[in-house]
Design a protein around this ligand. Structure first.
Ligand code: SF4
Ligand code: SF4
Length: 232
């Protein structure tokens, strides 16, 4: 894909319709004011737009500039012309290719595609961790009857996870489960392919983004859940 195709592939503008952001960016700086990364290592969302104006997406993808963005979306939220800055950054990152993806994200994506979670954790180990946390919870007053609903069919909510809740912050799982238990909620935790974090969104790789969404939808269909919960 060349730069011109990128510009036409991504609907970069809002009110003005698709096209080159050079025609619609006012240079007002609202995006820069809203961006939490402005000024860090020379980052400014207007530089992203400027490179887009010049059709230099590939160059943007290969530079560290594109990877300073957190993809929070605050820039385009405030943009009076609805310039799709995060779409531009995703396109640029994708064009930059796998070699430019930061190692931690690249490894997480590789693990996710292989195992269904960004840690590459086998289902058996996942089961051991969450059951261990559940057992600890039953030792607390008021939660003696807590039973972890793994792969329960027809529950109202599917509870998907950020991998850090399984890895380093599994105490936080208890807080969520306490709320669900106290509320008498009908919910379930998938016993496999439980990852809720979708790093395809950050890497710009649409096929990875789709695989992440398919994983969650697949679990909802398999267990016939009607709603989704994603605690961060
Ligand atoms: S807020 Fe929108 S119009 Fe204003 S400088 Fe940023 S991209 Fe351009
Ligand atoms: S999405 Fe990126 S460029 Fe936009 S405000 Fe967030 S960090 Fe800044």
């Amino acid at each position: 894909m060349n730069s011109t195709e990128v510009l036409s592939h991504t609907d970069l503008s809002g009110p003005g319709g698709g096209g080159n952001p050079a025609q619609i960016c006012l240079g007002c700086g609202t995006c820069a004011s809203a961006c939490p990364m402005t000024g860090i290592e020379g980052f400014d969302p207007r530089r992203i737009v400027r490179l887009g104006q010049l059709g230099r997406f590939e160059e943007l993808g290969e530079s560290s500039l594109a990877w300073l963005c957190t993809m929070c979306g605050r820039c385009q939220e405030g943009c009076p012309m609805d310039v799709r800055i995060t779409d531009m950054i995703r396109e640029a990152r994708d064009l930059g290719g796998e070699k430019t993806v930061p190692q931690a994200i690249g490894k997480g994506i590789e693990m996710f595609m292989e195992t269904g979670n960004n840690l590459g954790l086998p289902d058996e180990d996942f089961g051991f961790i969450v059951e261990d946390v559940a057992e600890e919870l039953t030792e607390e007053p008021g939660f003696e009857d807590f039973v972890l609903p793994v792969d329960k069919e027809d529950a109202r909510l599917l509870f998907t996870l950020h991998n850090k809740l399984v890895n380093t912050q599994n105490e936080d799982l208890k807080h969520w489960w306490k709320i669900l238990h106290a509320a008498g909620e009908s919910w379930t935790l998938p016993g496999s392919r439980w990852e809720g974090v979708n790093w395809g969104f950050f890497s710009g790789q649409d096929q990875v983004l789709k695989a992440g969404v398919d994983t969650i939808v697949g679990n909802m269909e398999r267990l016939r859940s009607r709603g989704l919960m994603y605690p961060e």
